[in-house]
Design a protein around this ligand. Structure first.
Ligand SMILES: [Fe+2]
Ligand SMILES: [Fe+2]
Length: 154
């Protein structure tokens, strides 16, 4: 999704979420390229931290702002909620689970999150743009909540 093509009213909010998606995809790639267990472990921890904050700001601020806009968007939000739940279970397993299972769990997490991100970017975000939802305030709320949460986990 090309940020410059997003209308002004939605641009800042969607750009913030798109940047989060890019950052996590970069971590997925870094994990794939990592050779040492210690590197994999720290990349996995950072991935879990970023995904947890991203999911939380979407759930607290972004998704509620879209509730009721249309039946189609409501259906997508329901699906997103279920997908976040599955991702959180995987994150919890990665954070507390056995080291031998890290590669397998991380692989499943990256595939699963890749699918969810793809749906947001190809279905949800375009629907939000088509519905002309004004996200200017939402952008500010996402931004400040994100820095607050990242500060807490630093
Ligand atoms: Fe999401
Ligand atoms: Fe997202």
């Amino acid at each position: 999704m090309d940020k410059s093509k997003i209308p002004t009213e939605q641009r800042a909010a969607l750009a913030l979420l798109l940047d989060d998606h890019r950052a996590v995809k970069k971590l997925f790639k870094q994990f794939e390229d990592a050779k040492e267990d210690a590197d994999k472990q720290s990349i996995a921890e950072e991935t879990c931290r970023q995904l947890t904050v991203h999911a939380q700001i979407e759930e607290e601020i972004f998704y509620p702002a879209l509730r009721g806009v249309s039946d189609k968007i409501d259906d997508m939000l329901d699906e997103a909620k279920v997908e976040h739940g599955v991702a959180k279970d995987l994150i919890a397993e990665i954070e507390s689970g056995e080291k031998e299972m890290l590669d397998a769990r991380y692989k499943v997490l990256s595939e699963y999150v890749g699918h969810h991100v793809e749906e947001e970017e190809s279905e949800l975000f375009p629907a939000v743009i088509r519905a002309k939802v004004d996200l200017a305030d939402v952008a500010q709320q996402l931004e400040s909540r994100k820095s607050e949460l990242l500060g807490e986990t630093a």
